[in-house]
Ligand binder design. Structure first.
Ligand code: PHE
Length: 347
């Protein structure tokens, strides 16, 4: 055999080792057979070292070249082995899971919950439901007639921009309160009427810790023959005791709304400090929860009710503020930014 041939033989041997080994590595189905492959090709007495013993027969000047080829093959095989180890580890993961205790109860996943403001709205509706109120709804895009005129607020009255309204085209606007639902319900139904209308309202307010340009309100309206202020107070007291607890006190403060006469802001004794004064109630011991009053006869006239025959009361409250108080949520923006850390706390 010529020297040239010997070197050629070695190259060929290395090449076939390379091909055969790569196939075996890829074909190894588990770590044990992979280890066998490693020993067969790269072990101390493996095919590669045995082939390398042939280097001795290669003439000295050609040896470096043949050595280089041998090292390349070795390197290729080691890399392929490492990659196959990783692949097999990844493949065996499901098998490991299958080996865990499947009789253990599953870990419950949080599948979403009811938003705290919705919880408050539902509870308000439930309590007033016990007094015979049912739910009503109206559109968020309103006419200026329903939002202002029918409610005894002339469009040139400061009250119309007091609300800092988002106006749309053609006498349409984003409702600034849920009170237009009063007008819609009365236009459609004869008394007696007892409704609650929860929904979103819109004002050009800043967006900060205590204001949002879109927020919820719950409107209440009761109209019948013979409804007086005493019945109104009794209904509000019933609600306050059921919602905030029996020891909560209620205070009616004179106020003004064009659609109620007389009008009152309803305060409750602070549910955090129980009236002794804290940051939440600005040291007054009281927290305002709604605007309210006896329905102004002008509103009955606007919707076609007999204002001599019927009386009623109306109120509007902000469930977001109530939710913040009740659940001690310090910033209103947490309610509107889908903060999962906050929402997860509500079942
Ligand atoms: N609509 C009033 C507001 O948004 C609240 C209110 C409703 C007052 C019903 C009286 C009667 O401020």
């Amino acid at each position: 055999m010529s020297l040239r041939d010997e070197q050629g033989d070695l190259r060929e041997t290395l090449e076939s080792i390379r091909i055969e080994a790569l196939e075996a590595i890829q074909g190894a189905a588990d770590s044990e057979s992979l280890e066998e492959v490693r020993i067969r090709f790269l072990g101390r007495n493996g095919l590669l070292s045995r082939a390398l013993s042939g280097l001795r027969d290669v003439p000295a000047e050609k040896r470096p070249q043949a050595g280089k080829k041998a090292n390349q093959v070795k390197q290729t095989l080691e890399t392929a082995l490492e990659r196959r180890v990783d692949e097999l580890a990844a493949l065996s993961k499901p098998a490991q899971t299958a080996g865990s205790d499947l009789t253990l109860p599953g870990r419950r996943q949080w599948r979403g919950g009811v938003h705290p403001v919705t919880l408050v709205i539902d509870e308000i509706c439930e309590i007033f439901g016990e007094l015979g109120f049912t739910r009503a709804a109206g559109p968020e895009v309103e006419t200026d007639w329903h939002n202002f005129t029918a409610l005894n607020i002339p469009l040139d009255h400061p009250a119309a921009d007091m609300h800092d309204t988002f106006y749309l085209d053609d006498g349409l606007l984003l409702r600034t309160h849920t009170s237009p639902v009063q007008a819609r319900v009365m236009m459609e139904h004869e008394p007696p009427v007892r409704i609650l209308a929860p929904g979103m309202v819109f004002r050009r307010d800043p967006y900060d810790a205590s204001h949002a340009p879109a927020f919820e309100q719950v409107e209440g309206l009761a109209v019948d023959e013979g409804i007086d202020f005493i019945e109104f107070r009794a209904a509000i007291d019933y609600f306050v005791h059921r919602f905030f607890g029996p020891s909560t006190r209620t205070r009616f403060r004179p106020s003004y709304f064009p659609f109620t006469e007389p009008s009152a802001e309803v305060d409750v004794s602070c549910i955090i400090c129980e009236g002794s004064g804290c940051a939440a109630c600005k040291r007054t011991g009281w927290i305002e929860i709604m605007g309210s009053g006896m329905v102004n006869p002008a509103v009955f006239e606007a919707v076609g009710y007999d204002s001599e025959r019927y009386t009623g009361y109306a109120f509007g409250m902000g469930p977001a503020r109530i939710a913040m108080l009740r659940y001690r949520i310090p910033d209103i923006r947490l309610l509107y930014e889908a903060d999962v850390g906050l929402l997860e706390q509500f079942a």
